[in-house]
Design a protein around this ligand. Sequence first.
Ligand code: XMP
Length: 315
Amino acid sequence: MFNAESLVDTQIRKIKEKVTGKAIIACSGGVDSVVSAVIASKAIGDRLLAVYVNTGLMRKGETEEVRGMLGSMNVNFKILDADNIFFEGLKGITDPEAKRKIIGEKFIRCFEKEAKEFGAKYLVQGTIAPDWIESGEGGRDVVKSHHNVGGIPKEMDLELVEPLRDLYKDEVRQVARFLGIEVSERQPFPGPGLSVRCLGEVTPENIAIVREACHIVEDEIQKASADGKMELPWQYFAALLPIRSVGVRDGKRVYGMTVVVRAVLSKDGMTAKCAHIPFSVLESVSARIAGEMGDKVNRVVYDITNKPPATIEWE
Ligand code: XMP
């Protein structure tokens, strides 16, 4: 049986032993990184700096939410605006693994710079078990290089500390509840952000489309769940496909892109089942996405595959 209290006590003790000077923590505001930040801050207090990188690949309103949350958490923190660096690095790149490697590298360079200024020698990360399992550690095949594992460059100046490395998502949530962290039930969001939901080239324009589409999916599904029409799936979002198709709007031909809506039920992200969303909810999602994007998106589809054979994200 997993015991959240004992995990917290053990990790506080291990961090106290290992981290002799200062550390920074890569904090995205998701449950994994916030739980790691709280544990690390209990261990080393003011010697920890939480760094949130605004990559330009975050969800709608996310940076402001994270600013508010870190501000209320009694942890040293800094918000770094680095969207130009990420968009520049991703220019012309369409291969999913190449995107992930570039993003991992940019993240690490940002953290190295911040660590130098703060005088830190350690980087705390909220890596959890599926991240390194799917990144091919332990002799397994690479499914995808999670940005906080396979995306890390070989030469890095910082020593890694990963207090949640052996945990699955449901266990991290138990730890979050034990620590009284309010984001404990927040849906997972990948480290490389919206870039893995933007198939093909990642441009600020395409990211703006997928950001709005993800917002609409979240909004409609959360409303439907609050109205008792459905239970909240484990994860629900949209991805933008670089597939154009012919449509018609106001009697005129349009040739727009496709948005795919994805919602899954899962326990730990290692396997997943496509969620049975009421058709009326899917219709509202589709009407809003196709209606609010001008001529850019003229087709919305629902992904009905399980994991395996698909993965949850499209890249
Ligand atoms: P996949 O797409 O591999 O995703 O079925 C399993 C779960 O992991 C999330 N995910 C990531 N999380 N860094 C993360 O921290 C990543 O690089 C990453 N890629 C996928 C995904 O959203 C799902 O919850």
